[in-house]
Write a protein that binds this ligand. Structure first.
Ligand code: AMP
Length: 430
């Protein structure tokens, strides 16, 4: 490359640290890296807007990952977090992703309610809050699925909710598509921290060795999140310690699912016998151990009536047979959403937001996470820690057929920005 041209582009190349103040403002440590709250530096900060800066763990990035990130930048929907920009730092080969900042997430919101419940404290939230949250999650996922983007790692920590501001109380689905992007680690597995994976939101077909991620897998996870919003307990909570395997089959997690749902009848899930781990299943489990288990009983314990519309929809989302599980499109048309109170755009309905703002983490918090302080699982999930339990995914990923939006589109990649030429259009119901 021409030397002068190289010098000129180097000078123009925008660096994260030149553009944003974020030092000391770490708000999270997620599956793929560290998340900081950032503001544009002085003279650039005309509107006071806040951003989330995600520094991807490891260094460097493959061309296919670049392409995929560029496609994620194309996604535009009110309930999908918008990836604003990608920075590549040439000095340390770090990759930074710039997103809108969301003050809340469902992991923190549920944790807040759980501890209020334990302390018998009443929290004043709008009657339709859970309904609004679920509707917006479905709306965002429907958009992703319509564009052949599968999320693959839906869990409360990935469902963000905007705080005060223009988009107050709006759900933003985060981390979409990244499970596929970063599943093959940049470092050898042995170099990574001890890995803990949350299996609680994992569909039964995945636990039985299904080789492909599907839309139905995201829908199961939404069912789990809905149940957790109604009860403040992870419905398929399972001890985490022993999940360090490359085998998707997980006995304890399946046992937990059957304890809540009952053992699937052959007529309800005919193709279960075709699942790769069906042999292990029949060897390890006895149907007779689960005869008294069903979702009605479980939800009744948590004061959700089996004749309510919310229960009926939950049952459709948590259908064991993936081919019979409801789609996001149909779920959005469910009678639950037509019944008063209707879902709203601001899930807080203009009321006071009772949840605290995100706290900043210190490196100590990180060390604790590394040594396993946050891995205990348990219904509390937190061990007094500020972080949800799951770290990187180490389970062998099933291969997938994911056809992203405008996959053939030409890609322009520069060190500070990825530009794509068209954007997908989609109108939200709101
Ligand atoms: P992740 O890497 O997406 O798993 O995120 C790690 C932590 O950072 C989680 O607690 C998230 O809630 C938080 N986080 C992720 N994205 C954002 C965002 N756009 N705004 C605010 N917090 C975020």
């Amino acid at each position: 490359m021409d030397f002068e041209y190289k010098q000129k582009t180097n000078a123009e190349r925008a660096k994260v640290e030149d553009l944003f103040d974020y030092e000391g403002c770490k708000v999270g440590r997620g599956t793929y890296g560290h998340v900081y709250k950032g503001k544009r530096k002085n003279r650039l900060n005309t509107d006071g807007r806040e951003y989330a800066l995600k520094q991807i763990e490891g260094t460097g990035i493959s061309m296919s990952a670049c392409r995929e990130i560029a496609l994620l930048r194309e996604l535009k929907h009110p309930n999908v977090i918008s990836l604003q920009k990608v920075f590549l730092s040439h000095t340390d080969r770090k990759v930074w992703l710039l997103f809108d900042y969301a003050e809340h997430d469902l992991w923190h919101i549920i944790k807040f309610h759980r501890s209020a419940k334990a302390n018998k404290k009443q929290i004043d939230v709008p009657k339709n809050m859970v309904k609004s949250l679920l509707f917006q999650i479905l709306d965002g996922i429907h958009y992703l699925h319509a564009n052949w983007v599968l999320h693959r790692d839906l869990k409360p920590a990935n469902i963000l909710v905007m705080g005060e501001g223009e988009e107050r109380g709006r759900v933003k689905i985060a981390d979409m598509g990244f499970a596929r992007l970063f599943n093959s680690p940049l470092k050898p597995l042995a170099d990574l921290d001890p890995v803990v994976v949350t299996f609680w939101y994992r569909a039964p077909e995945l636990l039985l060795g299904a080789r492909h991620y599907t839309k139905a897998i995201d829908i199961w996870a939404i069912g789990c999140i809905f149940a957790e919003l109604l009860t403040y307990e992870p419905i398929f909570h399972c001890r985490q310690e022993d999940i360090k395997t490359s085998n998707p089959y997980h006995h304890d997690q399946l046992d937990r699912i059957f304890n809540v749902m009952g053992f699937p009848q052959d007529k309800d899930w005919e193709d279960i016998r075709k699942m790769p781990e069906h042999g292990t299943l029949t060897k390890d489990f006895k149907r007779s151990n689960y005869v008294n288990c069903n979702l009605v009983k479980y939800m009744e314990k948590h004061k959700v009536k089996p004749d309510s519309k919310q229960f009926h929809l939950l049952q459709k989302l948590l259908t064991m047979d993936p081919t019979k599980r409801i789609t996001s499109e149909l779920a959005m048309k469910d009678p639950y959403f037509l019944e008063d109170p209707l879902p709203s755009q601001d899930v807080f309905e203009g009321k006071n937001i009772p949840y605290p703002k995100r706290e900043f983490l210190t490196d100590d918090d990180d060390d604790k996470a590394d040594t396993g302080a946050s891995k205990a699982g348990g219904a509390d999930q937190s061990s007094g820690h500020n972080q949800p339990p799951a770290k990187r995914v180490r389970v062998m990923p099933p291969s997938t057929h994911i056809h992203n939006v405008q996959a053939q589109q030409a890609l322009q990649f520069s060190s500070s920005n990825i530009q794509t030429s068209t954007s997908s259009t989609y109108t939200s119901r709101f």
